[in-house]
Write a protein that binds this ligand. Structure first.
Ligand code: HEM
Length: 484
C-alpha cells in the first residue's frame, strides 16, 4: 500500500480539538505531533504511529510541518545507506523551498545548510570527512584511555568527601569536555566556563549566543595557534590534512566534533550510570551473571540512544519506503530510538543484546559517526573508574523521581542524585588496577576488560552543526529543544 501525505502542507484543520482534549497532539490532517506537551513521551507517540502506519509514518514537527518518521530498523538502515536516494542536504527539502518552513522556524539553526561534513554529499563529503577521520586516526587510544581515567579521578575527587553528588552535572557533563579538550589540543581551555558554555548552547538561556561565541572563539584561537605551530593533536592533523581545509572549515568542524561528542557522550554516560544504578539486569547477585561496563554501554545504546533521532534525511527522488510513497524533497526523521525498539528486531525488549552492535545509535552509511570509538571509550573507562572509586554508590532518590528533557533529537536525564560513604581524595595518576581488587567489587560485578589494542574506528551533530547568528531564532529553537 502506498500513502501520500494526507493533507496539504501548512493547512489549518478547523476541526482540531482544543488543548486538554484527549485527541490533542493531533494536528492538521489527523497527523500526530512530535512536539508540544502532548509529545512529552515521544516513545509512546512512536509506538502509536507504528501501530497506525507501520514502519514509516507521516507526522508533524514544530509549526505543523509534515515529515516522515522512519520507525523500522531495516527501513532506517536502508535510508542512511542509500546515498543515491536519500541525503542530508537540507537545500532539497520541499518544505523549505515552498515556504512551509518559515525563516523563524525553531529548527532553522540546525537545518540551515552549511558547508560541513554533516550536510554535504559526494566528493565534497569525502573531502571533509577524510580530513576528520584522518585526524581521528592519529589519536593514541591507549593514551586517551589513561587520560579518561585521570580525568575521572579528578572529577570524583571534587565530590568524594561529600558522600553525595549529582552524577549528571558533576560527572557526565564534565568528563567528555575534559577529554575532548585534550584530544583537540586545548587542555588549558577546559574549565567550568567552557562546560557551562556548551551546556548553555543546548539548554537555552539568555546567554546562549554569547556561549556559542565563547566556544567558537576558543576553537578559532586554537586553529590559528596550530596553523602557526602544528603539534601532535587532532587540530594540527586537521590543519595539515591534504584535503586543505581553510580556517573557517577547520573551526566549524572542530565545533561539530566538540559539541556532537560532548552532547552525545554526556547523555551516554548519564544513561549508563542510571541503568547500572537502577536496572536489575546489571546486578550480578540478581541475574547470576556478570556484565562488563562495555556490555552495559552497548545495552544502553540500544535502549536509550544518546541521540534519539536525526533530522533530517531528504529524498533525492520519488521513491517508496516502508510502504509509503515518498516524494522528491520530502524530509524524513532518522528514527534512532524507535528503530532500536522495532519489534521485528527486538520482539522481547527485556532480552539482553550482548554481542549485538547493530543498533542505530551511531547512524550508518556515509554519515555514520566517525567518533564512536572515542564516545564508547569515554563511557567505558569513565563509568568503570567511577564505580571502582565509589563501589557503594546508590541512587539518592526514588527512581520514579528522575526526570528527562525530550525532543526528537535527544532525551537528557536532568539529574542523577547519588549517595555513598564519604571517601578521601585519591592521586589522579593512580592506575585503575591499583585502586581495587576484583574481590572488592561488591554489588556491581561490572568490569572493563583490559584494552585489547585500539578499538575499531568508524550529531545529531545537528544541534551543534549550525552556527548561531540570530538571537531570537536560536532561542526559539532552544525553547523547543527543551520541550517548552
Ligand atoms: C556516544 C557518543 C556518540 C554518539 C551516540 C554519536 C552519534 C552520532 C550520530 C547518530 C551521527 C549522525 C549520523 C547521521 O547523520 O546519519 C553522528 C555524526 C557525527 N559524529 Fe558522533 N556520536 C558520538 C560521539 C562522537 C564523538 C566522540 C565524536 C568526535 C570525536 C563524534 C563526531 C561526529 C561527527 C564529526 C559526525 C558527522 C559525520 C558526517 O556527517 O559525516 N561523535 N554521531
Amino acid at each position: 500500500m502506498t500513502t501520500d501525505h494526507p493533507f496539504p502542507p501548512g493547512t489549518d484543520d478547523p476541526s482540531a480539538p482544543p488543548p486538554g482534549c484527549p485527541a490533542h497532539g493531533i494536528g492538521p490532517g489527523g497527523l500526530r505531533r512530535l512536539y508540544g506537551p502532548e509529545a512529552e513521551d515521544l516513545g509512546a507517540v512512536y509506538e502509536k504511529l507504528r501501530a497506525e502506519h507501520g514502519a514509516v509514518a507521516p507526522a508533524l514537527i514544530h509549526d505543523d510541518v509534515p515529515v516522515w518518521v522512519v520507525l523500522g530498523h531495516s527501513e532506517n538502515m536502508h535510508m542512511v545507506r542509500s546515498p543515491s536516494q536519500y541525503c542530508r542536504d537540507s537545500r532539497l527539502w520541499n518544505a523549505l523551498q515552498d515556504g512551509t518552513v518559515k525563516p523563524d522556524h525553531p529548527m532553522t539553526p540546525v537545518i540551515t545548510w552549511q558547508p560541513i561534513c554533516s550536510f554535504v554529499e559526494g566528493d565534497e563529503h569525502l573531502r571533509l570527512r577524510a580530513a576528520v577521520t584522518g585526524a581521528m586516526s592519529t589519536i593514541d587510544h591507549r593514551g586517551i584511555r589513561r587520560f579518561i581515567n585521570r580525568a575521572t579521578q579528578h572529577l570524583v575527587n571534587e565530590f568524594c568527601e561529600e558522600g553525595r553528588a549529582d552524577l549528571v552535572s558533576q560527572f557526565a557533563e564534565h568528563l567528555p569536555m575534559a577529554v575532548m579538550c585534550e584530544i583537540l589540543g586545548m587542555p588549558e581551555e577546559y574549565d567550568e566556563r567552557l562546560v557551562q558554555a556548551a551546556r548553555d548552547m543546548l539548554k537555552g538561556t539568555e546567554t546562549a549566543i554569547a556561549s556559542n561565541q565563547y566556544v567558537m572563539d576558543a576553537l578559532m584561537r586554537l586553529t590559528a595557534r596550530r596553523r602557526a605551530e602544528p603539534k601532535e593533536d587532532f587540530t594540527s592533523h586537521l590543519v595539515r590534512h591534504p584535503a586543505g581545509l581553510d580556517d573557517e572549515e577547520i573551526g566549524q568542524h572542530l565545533r561539530v566534533v566538540l559539541i556532537a561528542a560532548y552532547e552525545a557522550t554526556a547523555n551516554l554516560i548519564a544513561n549508563v550510570l542510571r541503568m547500572v544504578l537502577t536496572d536489575p539486569r546489571f546486578r550480578a547477585q540478581l541475574n547470576g551473571g556478570q556484565m562488563t561496563v562495555p556490555e552495559a554501554v552497548e545495552q544502553s545504546l540500544w535502549d536509550e540512544p544518546p541521540f534519539t533521532g536525526i533530522f533530517a534525511y531528504f529524498a533525492k527522488q520519488e521513491t517508496e519506503l516502508g510502504g509509503q510513497r515518498i516524494r522528491k524533497g520530502d524530509g524524513l526523521l532518522f528514527g534512532i530510538a524507535p528503530g532500536n525498539v522495532d519489534p521485528r528486531v527486538r520482539p522481547d525488549l527485556l532480552a539482553n543484546m550482548q554481542g549485538n552492535r547493530s543498533h542505530l545509535a551511531f547512524g550508518g552509511g556515509p554519515h555514520e559517526c566517525p567518533g564512536q570509538d572515542i564516545g564508547r571509550a569515554i563511557a567505558d573507562v569513565g563509568v568503570d573508574a567511577l564505580l571502582l572509586r565509589l563501589p557503594d554508590v546508590q541512587l539518592a532518590c526514588d527512581e520514579r523521581e528522575l526526570t528527562w528533557r525530550s525532543s526528537i533529537f535527544s532525551r537528557h536525564l536532568v539529574s542523577l542524585p547519588v549517595k555513598f560513604v564519604p571517601k578521601p581524595e585519591q592521586d589522579v595518576m593512580q592506575q585503575p588496577a591499583a585502586r581495587a581488587l576484583p574481590s572488592q567489587r561488591p554489588e556491581w560485578e561490572v568490569s572493563t576488560p583490559p584494552p585489547v589494542g585500539p578499538p575499531p574506528a568508524a550529531p545529531p551533530a545537528q544541534p551543534a552543526s549550525a552556527p548561531v547568528r540570530r538571537r531570537g531564532l536560536w532561542q526559539r529553537f532552544l525553547r523547543w529543544w527543551r520541550g517548552e
